[in-house]
Write a protein that binds this ligand. Structure first.
Ligand code: HBI
Length: 96
């Protein structure tokens, strides 16, 4: 299903409201890195995200090493950033 890519203004407004995330123009994705004291806490965080991602049918691209979780959000079905990325980022932020 086609999903609308955010306009520049919509993206800028959403980014200002989010905070903590940066826009990667090359990847057309938003990124944020999280640090936890150990792997157990990092993986617990990822598990919480996985549960909401499944419910939303919208999934992060992520990289984990021990207590570090690097997350990128983009919408393949929009070939760029959509409201779904903003919604998932908001959920993710609520877990820290
Ligand atoms: N996750 N980040 C992301 N972007 C998508 O476009 C997407 C997804 N998860 C599932 C999904 N799309 C489905 O709608 C199918 O396109 C696989």
């Amino acid at each position: 299903m086609a999903i609308a890519e955010l306009t520049d203004k919509e993206r800028n407004d959403a980014m200002a409201a989010l905070g903590g995330w940066t826009y990667d123009a090359d990847a057309k994705a938003i990124r944020r890195s999280f640090r936890f004291p150990d792997f157990a806490e990092a993986f617990a965080f990822m598990t919480r995200i996985a549960i909401v991602a499944e419910k939303m049918d919208h999934h992060p691209e992520w990289f984990n090493v021990y207590g570090t979780v690097d997350i990128a959000l983009t919408t393949h079905d929009a070939s760029g950033l959509s409201l779904r990325d903003i919604d998932l980022a908001t959920q993710i932020d609520s877990f820290v």
